[in-house]
Design a protein around this ligand. Structure first.
Ligand code: ATP
Ligand code: MG
Length: 418
């Protein structure tokens, strides 16, 4: 046994990386009562890798901070008001939160007080699979049957689903996110009933929080199934009052479109995309991409390379590729709708779309090689006319397939375009 820590020193961190285990050994050496909590416990039980190691402890935040500092561990007071300090070990953060009990909740925020009762802390967590903790010696503390639910693929609220949603409506969206990751089969009936009756509470949340959860749902595992479930529960019509195209979204995901939240939103949302962007308070970059991908020309699958270069001279590959996905999804959804109406509509050729996207990815963006000063250097008087001449040169360059060199363009400028 020489050189090895005794079993109880490290059993709790089994399954984590050596760096995480060594950091936990340092924390546990001074805070032996602290436990792993929430996602890390759940994911270790599932044999999944763990990115964030969160801990809880009965000491107050001030005590946690002082104890860690005294042990020479770097501490950042990341959320003292809600009880969280972060230990930084080998550049990795370890959040340590004092055990809490909810005093008041208004559907969005909770007023908390410290407690030393582990069960109380577990009771305020959202789902049974998220309410487990694991102590230093490896003991699993499972107050609400989380391990059994995890094994069954059941995402279940801790306590009464309706009450828990009224305390914090974000839990509606968290339910679908976790259902996507851990749920198997039908969602918990009680949860679905409670959600369906309370979808209106979502409008009280900040849209930033809603979009942040929605993004994770749209790009996470089982997105098509989840979004259909959200439509069934009435959640989608609250989040997207402009309307939604469920069929197009499902076909987009099933066709293998990348897990790009804005592309997926473009497929799902109906109506004015600017309204959607403003309603969800998308960032400027996300708004620009949502508009770009939803509007503008889509290359046909059989276009020439020269035509593709012209597309790429005008805009980057990302919106163009995004539009090919949206067109493919729209055709698939239309074909499906047509089939039910007994009409023949050709299925889009997935391989042709795939080949088109490969070409769009492979062709470097052509850069028009002439600038306004070249026009002036060629003898044109500076002024608004320069722009018009430049545009003529660019039109010629485009018509030639965007391959003409700077010299060829200037030569053309000297000799005229006819
Ligand atoms: P992930 O791997 O997605 O980070 P996670 O379980 O760590 O999963 P977080 O959102 O990071 O999820 O939250 C950490 C823990 O805090 C959860 O496991 C849960 O116990 C608790 N929690 C987070 N948000 C809520 C909420 N709105 N209501 C109740 N408990 C919550
Ligand atoms: Mg987490």
């Amino acid at each position: 046994m020489k050189g090895r820590a005794p079993k109880e020193m490290d059993a709790g961190s089994e399954g984590l990386t050596p760096a995480q285990r060594s950091a936990l050994a340092q924390i546990w050496a001074v805070l032996p009562q602290a436990r792993l909590v929430g996602g890390v416990v759940r994911d270790l039980l599932m044999g999944r890798s763990v990115a964030d190691v969160d801990m809880a402890t009965p000491e107050t935040p001030e005590q946690v901070q002082d104890t860690l500092k005294a042990a020479g561990i770097k501490v950042v007071p990341t959320g003292l008001s809600h009880g969280t300090v972060t230990a930084v070990i080998a550049s990795a953060p370890y959040e340590i939160t004092t055990l809490r009990r909810d005093m008041e909740t208004d559907g969005r925020h909770a007023v908390v007080c410290w407690t030393t009762d582990w069960r109380e802390d577990a009771a305020r967590r959202d789902f049974t699979i998220n309410a487990m903790s694991r102590s230093r010696d490896g003991t699993l503390h499972d107050y609400f049957g989380g391990q059994a639910d995890l094994a069954q693929g059941l995402v279940r609220f801790v306590g009464d689903a309706g009450t828990r949603i009224e305390e914090d409506a974000l839990r509606i969206l968290r339910f679908f996110r976790f259902q996507g990751r851990y749920g198997t089969g039908e969602p918990d009936a009680e949860a679905m009933r409670a959600i369906t009756q309370r979808v209106g509470l979502i409008t009280r949340l900040s849209v930033e929080r809603v979009w942040s959860e929605l993004q994770r749902i749209l790009t996470g595992p089982n997105a098509a199934t989840l979004v259909a479930m959200m439509a069934r529960a009435g959640v989608l019509s609250v989040i997207l009052p402009q309307g939604f195209a469920l069929g197009r979204f499902i076909h987009l995901v099933q066709a293998g479109a990348p897990a790009d939240a804005v592309l997926r939103l473009a497929a799902l949302a109906e109506g004015s995309k600017l309204d959607v962007a403003q309603h969800l308070k998308l960032s400027r970059a996300d708004t620009a991409f949502l508009l770009a991908v939803s509007e503008g020309p889509v290359p046909e699958t059989d276009v020439t390379d020269a035509a593709l270069r012209r597309f790429l001279a005008d805009e980057p590959a990302r919106p163009l590729i995004g539009r090919t996905w949206l067109r493919q999804a729209t055709l698939l959804a239309d074909a499906e709708a047509g089939q039910t109406a007994q009409t023949e509509i050709a299925q889009p050729d997935a391989r042709a779309f795939e080949a088109l996207r490969k070409r769009l990815e492979g062709i470097p963006r052509p850069v028009f090689p002439v600038a306004g000063r070249d026009i002036v250097a060629a003898g044109h008087a500076p002024g608004p006319a320069v722009g018009q001449v430049l545009a003529r040169v660019r039109n010629w360059w485009m018509a030639e397939g965007c391959t003409a060199s700077r010299e060829a363009c200037l030569d053309r400028l000297r000799h005229g375009f006819e």
